[in-house]
Design a protein around this ligand. Sequence first.
Ligand SMILES: Nc1nc2c(ncn2[C@@H]2O[C@H](COP(=O)(O)OP(=O)(O)OP(=O)(O)O)[C@@H](O)[C@H]2O)c(=O)[nH]1
Ligand SMILES: [Mg+2]
Length: 354
Amino acid sequence: MKVALIGLPQSGKSTLFSAATGIPIDPYAAPQIHMAVVHVPDPRLAFLTQLYNPKKVTEATIEFLDVPGHSLEDSKGRDEWRRILPGVRQADGLVVVVRDFENPAAAMYRNRIDAKADFDELRAELLFADLESVVTRIEKIEKSLKKPSATHDAEKKELALLIKCREALEADRPLSTVVHSAEDRHQVSSFAFLTEKPLVCVRNVNDDHAATAQPLQAEHVAASIALCASIEVEIASLEPADRDTFMKELGLTASARDRLIQSCYAAIGLISFLTMGPDEVRAWTIHKGNTATEAAGKIHTDLARGFVRAETVAYDDLVAHADMKGARAAGKVRKEGKAYVVVDGDILNILANA
Ligand SMILES: Nc1nc2c(ncn2[C@@H]2O[C@H](COP(=O)(O)OP(=O)(O)OP(=O)(O)O)[C@@H](O)[C@H]2O)c(=O)[nH]1
Ligand SMILES: [Mg+2]
């Protein structure tokens, strides 16, 4: 799972990246791309670990990509923005960081501190980038339809969907409002449209608003949070005990790292299932709505291919009955088939034919 931090120049992307990943970023270095894999905290793993004392404990991971911001004021900046887009398109979700802090050390964009205006400008650019891809493809298909070809049926189908996409983009609506069905998603997957991706908005506020700032209200945003990235870097650098004390003093209940991960999970529609045994206790990330076979495939393609059934118990049921023996005696361990839709916190034991 990959998430890209994007935004206008000097909005605090790299600072937030540092807070989320714990990797120090030199504020005086030239803007550059950063990438890091972060472990997703899951308190449920601690209970399972205590049950099994496994050789290994593996948390789910999420990958953060931090790309430099480019000015959309001039053609040079726009060209540079375009150059980074292919990397951004690889992400499953986008985090837009908008500046709402005063800091003379950070150059102001368009001579303003206006989070909503910055957000709208960036969002318009995402819509525009998708519109360009859509229009180019529509023109190509229309040309091809004028010539005899065996692929006309498929092209007509694609064209119909792309025309709907164009209408939405021209009306300022992201493609997440158009592309819904699995079939449509598959049809346009090669474009990796930016506005089809779930979007998380992060309002980066002044230090004195760290605990009180409200998230930015914006349409078509899957999740919105407010935080102060520079304070969060300090929090991330502290030892766990000091961290809690410092956060309490500030009136913060969760770190930016945890809130960001949680928002990305919610926005992209991710959930975790768990596997356990004496060798390994592990959390896995899947999409909401995935079936037991899809979950099995996440572990190993062979498990999906030879899937027989999944022995399943909800984490809360396991805790309530102390262990597997207790959960089994209470009738909480179920046998689920291929089409079972996995829910967050399901503990799965996949049985498969070799
Ligand atoms: N006061 C204050 N300063 C911040 C905050 N977040 C970032 N800064 C400062 O703003 C400047 C830019 O921060 P970066 O994190 O480098 O911003 P960026 O979005 O990565 O910038 P580019 O990569 O150039 O687009 C640095 O001097 C940061 O220390 C914040 O929450 N409050
Ligand atoms: Mg940066």
